[in-house]
Design a protein around this ligand. Structure first.
Ligand SMILES: [Zn+2]
Length: 379
């Protein structure tokens, strides 16, 4: 039975494909002709993929081979999520220092690298194959359908223009696949942007949250944005951290008279990890391509659902430069709950409110918050 939510259905479809082509996984799931993907199936899929990924990086990445050998971990010893949690983290510094050693293929197979400049002027690089970027487009397309993009809907994309296969291009293609019509304007002068919106009359605007928040504040006293007819604004978290709070959401929704949707996607994840549905009930996660954990910053131990800590993810399907237990430094929490949008098997995460600069920062505060949450649950 297909999920009624297009994004969840897309994740389920990827699992069905795995069942179809992978005999070991077929036996593990024992689906017996049923098409339904349950929460249990999703859990088994993630573990199966993690085991495959660990074997893959051990065989092909010089960085991971060395890391595993130093910690005396063999791929065949990883048989449960608990076993997997013994593997050391990959950090932003590891990526900065070893992009080519982490990679599992030669540069011939890489279509596009994304870079982010560090404070010391060095560049952090992440490499993607064409298949990986096509899959990113597919995942964004499914997410856009979930937030309401349908046939012939105009979507104005206001990310800064980049080289080929950059954010703008990926989202443009995703809008087309969802049946809509993309209009890319770039992150231009705010008044010029409003003029473009008046010309194109988009149903949806999609861009980075710093640009959209600043633009709203700059132009809302000069224009009645509510009259522009925009139904949804998707605020995307770019590579640089910029907080998106509930008061900012209210400010934007009030100014435009529309729904403001929070989106999370880091460069390391290929720009697309999680997005809210129109019910704004947590950000639904792409669990076909990522395994997410939230860990205590001090002890590095995985936390229970609902507890706030550092978000860590492992790529489940990348072959070019897979990442194992990448520490995002973003603070959030995971939840497992059904949503009115139809999502019933996918986990969701809270919005990202803060970014950790180092291991010890804010841990005292996080511990207090987690304690308050537990007390509330008891009372
Ligand atoms: Zn939902």
């Amino acid at each position: 039975m297909p999920s009624s939510n297009p994004f969840e259905e897309w994740v389920h479809q990827r699992i069905r494909e795995k069942v179809k082509w992978d005999k070991a996984f077929q036996e593990l799931l024992n689906k017996k002709g049923s098409d339904e993907i349950t929460k249990n199936d999703l859990g088994r899929y993630k573990l199966h993929r993690l085991k495959e990924m660990v074997r893959y990086v051990y065989d092909r990445s010089l960085f991971y081979k060395k890391l595993f050998e130093e910690k005396r971990i063999l791929p065949e010893e990883i048989n449960s999520f608990e076993d997997f949690h013994r593997i050391p983290f990959t950090t932003a510094k590891d990526i900065l220092d070893n992009p080519y050693l982490i990679s599992c293929i030669t540069q011939d197979g890489i279509l596009r690298g994304f870079t982010s400049e560090e404070a010391d002027g060095r560049f952090r690089r992440i490499f993607f194959t064409m298949d990986e970027l096509l899959n990113v487009i597919d995942s964004i397309s499914a997410a856009l359908k979930m937030v309401g993009v349908g046939a012939n809907d105009i979507v104005q994309i206001v990310f800064p223009f980049e080289a080929e296969w950059g954010c703008n291009y990926l989202v443009e293609e995703a809008v087309r696949r969802a049946g809509g019509e993309p209009v890319s304007t770039g992150a231009i002068d705010f008044d010029e942007q409003v003029k473009k919106i008046l010309d194109t009359r988009p149903k949806m605007i999609l861009g980075s949250n710093p640009y959209l928040v600043k633009m709203t504040r700059a132009v809302s006293s000069r224009y009645d944005l509510r009259k522009l007819g925009v139904k949804t604004i998707v605020l995307s978290r770019g590579c640089d951290f910029y907080p998106f709070t509930e008061s900012m959401r209210e400010e934007i929704e009030k100014a435009w008279g529309c729904n403001a949707i929070d989106h999370y996607g880091t460069m390391e994840a290929g720009m697309a990890n999680a997005i809210e549905c129109p019910y704004q009930n947590g950000l639904h996660l792409n669990e076909a391509d990522f395994y997410y954990e939230v860990v205590d910053v001090k002890s590095k131990e995985p936390l229970a659902l609902g507890d706030e800590g550092e978000l860590v993810f492992t790529t489940l399907s990348r072959t070019g430069m897979p990442l194992i237990r990448f520490r995002s430094r973003d603070v959030s929490y995971l939840v497992e709950k059904s949503c009115k949008c139809g999502v019933s098997t996918l986990r969701s995460m809270g919005g990202i409110r803060r970014k950790l600069k180092n291991d010890s920062q804010s841990q005292g505060l996080l511990e207090s918050l987690n304690l308050i949450k537990r007390l509330r649950a008891i009372l």
